[in-house]
Design a protein around this ligand. Sequence first.
Ligand SMILES: CC(=O)SCCNC(=O)CCNC(=O)[C@H](O)C(C)(C)COP(=O)(O)OP(=O)(O)OC[C@H]1O[C@@H](n2cnc3c(N)ncnc32)[C@H](O)[C@@H]1OP(=O)(O)O
Ligand SMILES: O=C([O-])CC(=O)C(=O)O
Length: 431
Amino acid sequence: MFSTALAALTAVKDQHGRQRTKLKHVAARGDGDDLKSVLAACIPAEQERLRGIKTAHGSKVLGEVTVDQALGGMRAIPGMLWEVSLLDAEEGIRLRGHTIAELQIPSNEQADSVSAELRRRAELPDHVFRVIGALPPGTHPMTQFAAAILSLQPDSEFAKAYAAGLPKAKYWEPVLEDSLNLIAKLPAIAAAIYRHSFKGGRFIDPDPSLDWAANLAHMMGFDDEGCREMMRLYLTIHADHEGGNVSAHATHLVGSALSDPYLCLAAGIAGLAGPLHGLANQEVLKWMFQVQKQLGPDPTKEALEAFVWDTLKAGKVVPGYGHAVLRTTDPRYTCQREFALKHLPDYPLFKLCSTLYDVVKNPFPNVDAHSGVLLQYYGITEEDFYTVLFGVSRALGVLAQGVWSRALGFPLERPKSLTMELIEKRFSGHP
Ligand SMILES: CC(=O)SCCNC(=O)CCNC(=O)[C@H](O)C(C)(C)COP(=O)(O)OP(=O)(O)OC[C@H]1O[C@@H](n2cnc3c(N)ncnc32)[C@H](O)[C@@H]1OP(=O)(O)O
Ligand SMILES: O=C([O-])CC(=O)C(=O)O
């Protein structure tokens, strides 16, 4: 399933059939069906499309910005392009036009070819293990993750090519190289962090017969097929959530300064590490354990409702619930729930998760409300590690967009900021 998410790198149309036609067409012309050849064939048409949009619609108004939006985290301001996915408040995410339920894009052949490409690039230089090993084991796994990604930055093909004077039209090529190299190495990095933090630093070698997601589970020390399948699901559904979320936007913003993909992803990972964003999946588990400790393993709805109110009255958030955009149950929550109903219907933590769903209802649960339950069931019990897995997956979307951003020549991002004085002067009738 993971290569489905990575296939977003190669997709050009948002219709299932049209995308396959394009991939076949490119291969049939003998241009090669590796990711770079497919992209090289797609990019000129997309550049032309963007030029057409600019010429035909460049001066049209997309929306107005209210003072509330400027004060309120720029919510819903349509201010950036993001080609990998699009979020609808009622329906949830679509990746290149496909819903979470439909995410079965590539043929086996395409998936195998992406797997082989990643395997070829997966080896982790020794110094990365040394960087991770040099950090105190108590260092939060997300801090280790950002440090390990940055330690690979000296290998950036883009940084070297830029310094050597690479012309603008070719930026996307070394950005693609860096992105594939980085994506290929992320499972080994994540597993090394896990082993360093929780298993006394004994690293496990990759198994070249396994796919990207299964190898991550293997290198962490988990080899049963159920865990592998869960990992494939996990790494697919967290891959992208359009461009405005904190991790995507941070990656995108840093990339607009032509920082290389290593620097960009480290920025995105730093954003993902915040408790209102990716870290919420760890916070959910901590909160559920508090519930179990205080109310027992199978609390009544009434007791749970009172616990939720206590959390809110204490001025804290209920982690895993609510979303900046979604106004419905996150489809990524639903697909994890379906997986749990199939594979772990009687697991007490899943039952607690379900009761909570009945009690809270609104705000609706997001992806983080469920993921930890699956990880716990398969023995990955160290919740401080969970956001690293989220980051491995998120890299697929944000780095894929980074390739498109350079291929389409997106400019430096630099929105206008305001002061309170300026707003007061403008709207209070004073000069
Ligand atoms: C992968 C992801 O990043 S998914 C999100 C992960 N984060 C969490 O699960 C943390 C818990 N949730 C939250 O804190 C919020 O829902 C956020 C930050 C994700 C979105 O917040 P907003 O964009 O402000 O959402 P919204 O406009 O619907 O919120 C309305 C009010 O309800 C509050 N609210 C929303 N969700 C929650 C919650 N779970 N617990 C307590 N209060 C909440 C908001 O803080 C806001 O309060 P305010 O009016 O005093 O500012
Ligand atoms: O879209 C958002 O703001 C947060 C989110 O769910 C994600 O990034 O996966």
